[in-house]
Design a binder for this molecule. Structure first.
Ligand SMILES: C[S@@+](CC[C@H](N)C(=O)[O-])C[C@H]1O[C@@H](n2cnc3c(N)ncnc32)[C@H](O)[C@@H]1O
Length: 347
């Protein structure tokens, strides 16, 4: 079902914004204006992250598939990409926030690390209540809202340090997790819509996944010598919260109580080149779009050559973009830190 241009904008404005590292939220409409003219009916967002690109393509009427190995990305996909009808009712929200249970895992394990005692108790209660929801889409909305609440209340939205360093007294930090949670549920509920297509979400490693979508969009975490693109290190607390820390081994000796990172060949200097070659080979039947920034490996020329091996036409679009955070090298206001953002399209 194609929405009119105004309807697309209106629907897209309901996307619940996040501060997810590497999110393309600032350039989503530029990316859309380059990709939509290829007129493919289906779109695979293979490293979905915040899901902002997937959501944009859903509003544009595409059959969207998403994948990401982080569960915090997957539950957002499940809640607002795959889901087209289910919403959490006020009664269910009241049950999640109020129903008493005896879960104390967070209060004990993360005592005095990220949130105050009452806030940890709220998280323990809410997490256990969410587990008892039967409907997978309602559960995904609730988890997505709980993650969003934790990220909103946390200085800089991350869990690489403990305590309240960087606490700038923002209203978001002063609000309770319960307030953030209920507000976030409303945002996710409002973002649910049906575009008439059977959209789907996956939580796998992209290097071993398949798709029959007409277009594949690749936005992996690139290896750069100076940046930190370890998603687990940044978001381990909320990732653990979604997974209930099941099968995750918390590294007890660490101050942050993080668990071991999921290995990704894309952010590893030795493995990135081959990983890209394999990825492009794997998706060669589709139009391949790749987001790329100038300070990364493989180099721009190498990546272009890889695409040319499989695709007749390769176009490199330059998108002017200044990252605002996520990388020490991209600090606002320093022109020497300007990184060029490219979109390669092989068809
Ligand atoms: C740059 S972000 C994607 C940002 C996204 N396009 C957006 O606009 O929000 C890269 C994503 O790739 C995921 N990722 C990294 N390695 C992966 C792998 N091997 N398989 C699946 N996902 C992976 C990370 O969890 C992260 O969400």
């Amino acid at each position: 079902m194609e929405l009119s241009v105004n309807k697309v904008d209106e629907q897209f404005s309901l996307f619940p914004g996040t501060r997810y590292m590497g999110s393309k939220n600032k350039i989503v409409s530029k990316i859309g204006s380059i990709l939509l003219p290829y007129q493919r009916d289906s779109f695979f967002d293979a490293f979905a992250g915040s899901n902002v690109i997937a959501y944009y393509m859903k509003t544009a009427g595409k059959r969207v598939e998403t994948n990401d190995f982080m569960a915090i990305s997957y539950i957002v996909s499940k809640a607002i990409i795959e889901n087209s009808t289910e919403r959490l009712s006020p009664k269910e929200v009241a049950f999640i926030v109020d129903n008493k249970n005896d879960n104390t895992f967070i209060a004990e394990k993360f005592y005095d690390l990220y949130f105050e005692r009452e806030e940890n108790e709220f998280l323990d209660r809410a997490r256990a209540n969410i587990e008892s929801l039967k409907n997978p889409y309602k559960k995904a909305i609730a988890l997505a809202a709980l993650v969003r609440a934790c990220m909103k209340k946390r200085p800089r939205g991350i869990f690489t340090f403990v305590g309240h360093r960087y606490d700038d007294g923002r209203a978001d930090i002063r609000k309770t997790l319960k307030e953030h949670f209920t507000e976030s549920v409303t945002l996710f509920n409002d973002a649910v819509f049906d575009n008439g297509q059977a959209c789907t979400a996956r939580n796998e490693k992209t290097e071993t996944t398949q798709t029959d979508c007409g277009m594949v969009y690749l936005d992996p975490p690139y290896f750069t010598p100076n940046s930190d693109n370890d998603y687990v290190r940044r978001y381990h607390f909320v990732e653990g919260l979604v997974r209930n820390w099941e099968s995750l081994e918390i590294q007890e000796h660490t101050l942050t109580k993080k668990f071991k990172s999921f290995p990704s060949p894309f952010s590893n200097r030795q493995q990135a080149h081959k990983a890209f070659e394999d990825l492009i080979d794997n998706f060669k039947k589709s139009v391949i779009a790749i987001s790329y920034s100038s300070n990364s490996l493989p180099t721009r020329d190498e990546l272009q050559a890889m695409l040319k091996r499989h695709k007749k036409k390769v176009v490199v679009h330059e998108i002017d973009h200044l990252y605002s955070f996520g990388n020490q090298n991209h600090k606002i206001g320093n022109p020497s830190n300007r990184v060029k953002e490219y979109l390669f399209v092989g068809s």
